[in-house]
Design a protein around this ligand. Structure first.
Ligand SMILES: Cc1cc2nc3c(=O)[nH]c(=O)nc-3n(C[C@H](O)[C@H](O)[C@H](O)COP(=O)(O)O)c2cc1C
Length: 185
């Protein structure tokens, strides 16, 4: 039987939207770029896989972020997926200090595009921008993965309800059949 919604349907403003989005747990990443000889980087949860063929990831960056300009101009970025124990890197890359100072935290190298690659990450996706879509406060960048570095073993850093969290595996139910995963359709 169809149930009526608890509250009457009303337009959703930015404040309400943010309250709702706090419950959407996300993996924490550092998006980096290299522009005019300068390194840029920022913490981001708005990252997801877009397509496997070709290997492409999607990131959403606020137009006011310093890294936005760097990605827009250089057309390169790297997504570095953080380990739970590296939560302090997330703080450093979203904090008061900006620019190159942020890279004093962590161990960094480079791959094909020249964007900074975090050696301590679970995995790093080194990307070249193939499409952009600006919508409201943010730009969505689609980046084709040119190189990938499988980094350290560990658990991912999560962010939920305004707090850092660590993944806890559930052992309920049967595991997926061998070979069947998200890409298995
Ligand atoms: C857990 C977490 C997730 C974030 N996710 C995003 C995101 O997906 N996109 C974004 O534009 N900013 C995001 N931010 C905010 C930026 O990291 C922050 O504004 C950063 O300082 C921007 O870099 P800037 O100071 O060099 O401009 C996030 C911050 C935190 C703490």
């Amino acid at each position: 039987m169809e149930q009526k919604p608890a509250a009457a349907s009303q337009p959703v403003d930015a404040g309400q939207f943010k309250i709702g989005m706090r419950t959407l747990a996300g993996a924490v990443n550092i998006i980096t770029s290299m522009h005019a000889g300068h390194r840029h980087g920022m913490t981001a949860t708005a990252v997801c896989s877009a397509t496997a063929e070709p290997p492409t990831v999607l990131v959403c960056i606020n137009k006011l972020a310093a890294t936005h300009n760097a990605v827009a101009k250089s057309k390169v970025f790297c997504v570095n997926v953080l380990r739970a124990e590296d939560w302090h890197l997330s703080t450093a890359f979203s904090g008061a200090q900006g620019g190159d100072t942020r890279f004093k935290n962590g161990n960094w190298t480079r791959l094909a595009t020249g964007a900074p690659v975090l050696i301590d990450a679970l995995v790093s996706f080194d990307c070249r921008v193939v499409k952009t879509l600006t919508h409201g406060s943010h730009t969505v960048f689609l980046g084709q993965v040119e190189q990938m570095l499988i980094g350290q073993k560990g658990k991912p850093l999560l962010y939920s309800e305004g707090q850092y969290a660590k993944l806890a595996s559930l052992t309920l139910g049967e595991p997926l059949p061998e070979g069947l995963d998200y890409w298995g359709f």
